[in-house]
Design a protein around this ligand. Structure first.
Ligand SMILES: Cc1ncc(COP(=O)(O)O)c(C=O)c1O
Length: 453
């Protein structure tokens, strides 16, 4: 998800080597013998052993991001949940890491909840999202004993209340509100503006009505509010503004009902570096803006400081991941462009077609060489728009080279498809010189496993 927020100059050969691309690569990236290494593992050898296309995730980078979020939010206020947004990248191995790092988990479907259950993720640490949760999904949540359900509509609230009452339980809920903030990001991933399919708008009194109804209904334990203003956000002022609005609303709720918000979840959205010009905010600065911002505004309004939650997805996994491909053909169209075709594409990374996303790329087996040409990395699918990187500076490319596309750890594998009956790539987790297949490559039999003939 997300467009680059920094304007990009026209692509020209930039003579950069992998050593200049460290800001978009996993923190353990290195160059040895002309090859790119991640997590102490040679990417070229790995690609040749495992086959391509291949997703690679660096465990140390993931753990570091989770730890930074815990550290730099709890530094300002002890009671903050760091809730990993599982939609960014979910696998059983990933969920084990999230649980070990003392974090919570955001799930947005019955399928994601099923993963959490299979991974034995502590259910009280689950936050459930979704703008149209089905009865079956709500029942699964209640049966599993999830910690919090973030309610998104009046219909859902009524249904959940009836279901919880019938079970004799009180389900803890948050109400999702849209603070009317236009975050500095792509329209498709901007979710906190008034005109949004998510949550209850504050204008016209919808959010206030939702709070009042939740307080009346049996079976619901209203704990607080949730907002998520968008994704791939660079400007921290967008969060500052949204916090001001939502804490003001908390004050209005107390005035209107006497009830005081106990929990405030500000969603995810911190941007990451996809390209070299990108300079995202640090987790340290983000933690200060969010946590101190809430504290300050709560104090100004004479409200108790609530328990807080943040829900990062992209900023946990995006830069921890790369995708490796093998070059199959090179087409030079004189005076127009050169297409380098790889053995994957929009089935393993839809973001370029969907959001015109930009990535940095390099040739993993020529990592110490300068990027002396510009080529468009195209996929193998039956769509002209099946492009992985448009006009990428690259090392002198040949058939058989291993292309590494950087910062693909978020919203690539999780948004992948079987278009053209392409099998999904394996996911390999690397750490301390070891490579572990955590999701195996699909087979043709997998493609047909739901076929009834
Ligand atoms: C409710 C909610 N929380 C958290 C996230 C994670 O956002 P990001 O990956 O930008 O951190 C999303 C992403 O769409 C979301 O919808």
């Amino acid at each position: 998800m997300g467009r680059p927020t920094t304007p990009r100059p026209p692509a020209v050969p930039d003579d950069l080597t992998a050593a200049d691309l460290m800001s978009v690569l996993p923190s353990t990236a290195d160059v040895e013998n002309g090859h790119l290494w991640i997590g102490g593992v040679d990417m070229v050898k790995l690609a040749r052993e495992q086959g391509t296309a291949l997703y690679v995730m660096d465990e140390a980078s993931i753990r570091q991001q989770l730890r930074d979020y815990v550290k730099w939010t709890r530094f300002h206020w002890a009671d903050v949940d760091v809730v990993y947004a599982g939609k960014a990248f979910m696998s059983l191995a990933m969920l084990k890491i999230v649980a070990e790092e003392d974090c919570c988990l955001d799930v947005s479907s019955g399928g994601e909840l099923a993963f959490a259950r299979r991974a034995d993720f502590p259910m009280e640490r689950i936050y459930v999202h979704g703008n149209n949760k089905t009865d079956l999904e709500l029942a699964e949540c209640l049966d599993a004993g999830v910690g919090r359900i973030v309610v998104d509509s009046f219909e859902e609230m009524e249904r959940l209340s009836a279901m919880a009452e019938a079970r004799g339980t009180q389900q803890r809920i948050l109400i999702r509100v849209t603070p009317g903030i236009e975050a500095d990001t792509h329209d498709f991933i901007m979710t906190g503006a008034e005109d949004s399919k998510f949550g209850f708008g504050m204008n016209e009194g919808l959010a206030m009505r939702a709070v009042k109804r939740a307080l009346e209904l049996p079976g619901l334990d209203l704990a607080g509010l949730h907002m998520h203003i968008g994704s791939q956000i660079f400007a921290l002022q967008s969060f500052t503004k949204a916090i001001e609005v939502i804490v003001h609303f908390m004050d209005a709720i107390r005035d209107a009902t006497g009830w005081v918000v106990r929990e405030l979840d500000t969603g995810g959205g911190l941007g990451i570096a996809y390209g070299l010009p990108d300079e995202p905010s640090t987790i340290k600065d983000y933690g200060k803006v969010i946590v101190d911002g809430i504290k300050e505004h709560a104090e100004t309004h004479g409200l108790p400081v609530p328990k807080m939650a943040v829900e990062p997805g992209r900023s946990i996994v995006a830069n921890a991941g790369v995708t490796l491909y093998t070059v199959g053909s090179i087409k030079e169209i004189p005076n127009i462009r050169t297409y380098v075709a790889v053995d994957g594409g929009m089935s393993d990374n839809i973001r370029t077609s969907l959001y015109d996303a930009h990535y940095e790329a390099l040739i993993a087996n020529k990592a110490d060489q300068p990027r002396t040409m510009v080529a468009t990395i195209a996929g193998k699918h039956c769509e002209s728009g099946d492009i992985v990187v448009t006009d990428a500076p690259l090392q002198d490319v040949e058939v058989g080279d291993i292309v590494c596309v950087c910062a693909t750890g978020a919203y690539c594998q999780s948004m992948s498809s079987n278009y053209n009956k392409q099998v999904r790539p394996a996911v390999v987790m690397v750490n301390d010189g070891e490579a572990r297949v955590i999701v195996r490559r699909e087979t043709y039999d997998d493609l047909m496993k739901c076929e009834l003939g």
